[in-house]
Design a protein around this ligand. Sequence first.
Ligand code: NAP
Length: 331
Amino acid sequence: MKTIRWGILGCGKIARKFASDLKWVTHAELVAVGAREQSTANEFASNFPVKYKHTNYQSLAENPEVDVIYIATPHAFHHEHTLLCLKNKKAVLCEKAFAINLRQAKEMIEVAQKENVFLMEAFWTKFLPHYQKMKMMIAEKKIGNIQNIAANFGFIPTEPIAPRIYDPKLGGGSLLDIGVYPVFLALDLLGSPDEIEAVMTTSGQGTDSQCAMQLKYHNGALAQLFSTFNSNLSTGADIAGDCGRIRLTHRFHGPTTILEYYPGIIDTREIIPFEAAKGNGYEYEAQHVTDCLANGLTQSPIVKFSDTLLLMETLDRIRQKAGLRYPADDH
Ligand SMILES: NC(=O)c1ccc[n+]([C@@H]2O[C@H](COP(=O)([O-])OP(=O)(O)OC[C@H]3O[C@@H](n4cnc5c(N)ncnc54)[C@H](OP(=O)(O)O)[C@@H]3O)[C@@H](O)[C@H]2O)c1
């Protein structure tokens, strides 16, 4: 199998974790990074050696020795940077939130299809062993029919707070940054909701410092979801059915969670084992993308375009209910 050559666009916090995890991915090599400043690219490459240190994103996108680019900039730039790479025939793995709104997400997918180039939202949770085990247990009806989901994600950002956390021009706010995880969970397990209610608390910059959401389904199932930068929450998830419950402990979307199973109506608990991640957990999605590219795919069979579009559409519906708008909504 040929080696897939990776580039990273934007040398920030998540880019470091991802670069570190690439060493666990077979048939993959990090060959290039792109930063806005030479010093940032150099500093990044001192920890993660690469053949090419680009001092702008354009030259990274044009590098003929790169097969796939991981977009690790703030959400407000995902649309622009993804289009830049796709139009240069580079496959793309784009961080969440995939875009600011559904309109941007649709255009990104349309361009990928037109260029016949691979594109995937970096929803790493879907590839993690605990998550796959949970999905298997649900498919085996271990908890019966899902009646309700309660999931939250909350932490108080530590100083110095990155501008992207609250700045509307960078896509700030708790919903797009961390609320995407509880929303993703509800959509993945229950599908598109029939009704949505949402309220938010506004940060000093007009974005949401916290957001509370309720999703209702035609079969009676309910999801109660919460994201916040105002308090440190359990960042857990309860998925309850008519004959059992699964709990994912802190943090439910990542590899550090504990998978707890409460069978039947008596509150006995089983801890369900799963494979431990070798890295930070991003190696699973990176391996999947590498394998997709080696097999000539232009869409992931696991994080499909329809999944990404449903998530973006639901985030738009939540924002409309909560009264949260971004500059990109007016273009
Ligand atoms: N999957 C996950 O678990 C996870 C975790 C954290 C974050 N994320 C996502 O990853 C993305 C980046 O998050 P992060 O925490 O890595 O952000 P960050 O540390 O603030 O870094 C983002 C990088 O984007 C580049 N950039 C380009 N234009 C920028 C601008 N105008 N302002 C600030 N940065 C700009 C910069 O790289 P250069 O200076 O090198 O050009 C910067 O270092 C976000 O969309 C976030 O939601 C995902």
